[in-house]
Write a protein that binds this ligand. Structure first.
Ligand SMILES: [Zn+2]
Ligand SMILES: [Zn+2]
Length: 332
């Protein structure tokens, strides 16, 4: 059901098939000449039909959409870009760091799969479970890749509808090119997946990455804390108001997880897979043991553990050693 947030800003719900997040919240902003859309939805007939109906409820038509700004390249945000390009002729914006992963990682090669499996194996994932590391971006290639963006962003730009001015705030972490959009006059923050009210966004180390996504994410939290915001409009779950409180909760969640990892290392060095066994997963849902996770979720969990281990390695709280071609982490 399309919901007016303030005059000229409407939230549209686009369902994500078979996903506990249920919907992508797409935002429709009025302009002098047509509309701007923030995010799109998962690439499916069902999602497109729902989006079409929501647009109709909001009094808009596809042909009125002039700009589409995508907060990051994940498929529940970027997926419908291809079909919407055909229906709207809108210009599509995406941060350049996500355009890079879009080109290098969405087109999954056998070589990438092999490297990815070897990397998970070196991080302790047993051979019997390695097949679950296949298709890490499950289903993304279905129906072909969506088109590349028309305009790539660096952060710091202002995208205007003539009525609303969206400042692009680069908030890497959940993905390298995640952005938030800040509407200063109305104190609105379109937070993408960077900040959600209940679920803590997944921060993962990707195979063979040299980066520190959790370290970047924590810096990105501090970046948005400095903005004067009265309403946060996230890409999933509900709109909320107290941004500093939510930032503190997320920081607490990550430090709690660091403490779980350090406790797991109290009796000696372990692989990321072994450490993952000592972590409370999905604490928002009351906590799930690693062994009870679905195979795909186990792989995601190991990637999240590795993001924490990388951040703590950079901080000097843990160190990593290679033994028998396996990575072992220990306390410093
Ligand atoms: Zn995402
Ligand atoms: Zn998402």
């Amino acid at each position: 059901m399309a919901t007016a947030i303030i005059p000229g800003v409407t939230e549209l719900l686009v369902p994500i098939p078979n996903n506990p997040l249920e919907n992508t919240n797409v935002y429709l902003l009025r302009g002098d000449d047509g509309y701007l859309l923030i995010d799109t939805g998962w690439n499916s007939d069902y999602a497109l039909r729902a989006l079409g109906k929501e647009l109709g409820d909001a009094g808009a038509e596809y042909k009125d959409i002039k700009q589409i700004v995508v907060t990051h390249a994940h498929f529940d945000h970027y997926g419908l870009v291809g079909r919407l390009k055909q229906l709207t002729k809108a210009k599509v914006y995406l941060h350049q760091r996500d355009e890079e992963i879009f080109r290098t990682r969405y087109a999954i090669t056998e070589e990438f799969m092999r490297q990815s499996e070897a990397w998970f194996y070196a991080n302790g994932v047993p051979r019997t479970e390695l097949s679950v590391t296949r298709m890490p971006f499950g289903g993304m290639s279905a129906g072909g890749l969506p088109p590349q963006p028309d305009i790539t962003l660096n952060g710091g730009e202002t995208i205007s509808t003539g009525i609303f001015n969206l400042e692009v705030v680069w908030t890497p972490g959940h993905s390298p090119g995640s952005i938030c959009l800040y509407e200063r006059k109305h104190k609105l923050l379109f937070s993408g997946d960077h900040i959600l009210p209940v679920i803590t966004p997944n921060i993962s180390l990707v195979p063979k990455s040299e980066g520190n996504p959790l370290g970047e994410f924590l810096k990105s939290l501090e970046l948005v804390r400095g903005l004067d915001v009265s309403t946060v409009l996230p890409a999933h779950e509900n709109i909320f108001h107290d941004l500093p409180k939510r930032i503190d909760e997320i920081l607490h969640h990550h430090e709690f997880r660091n403490q779980e990892i350090l406790a797991a290392l109290a009796d000696g060095a372990k692989t990321a897979y072994e450490i993952s066994n000592h972590i409370t997963w999905m604490p928002e849902l009351g906590g799930v043991h690693f062994r009870d996770l679905m195979p795909g979720d186990k792989r995601a969990a190991v990637s999240e553990t590795l993001a924490h281990l990388r951040a703590m390695t950079v901080n000097g709280r843990v160190k990593v050693n290679m033994r028998n071609n396996m990575y072992y982490y220990e306390r410093v």
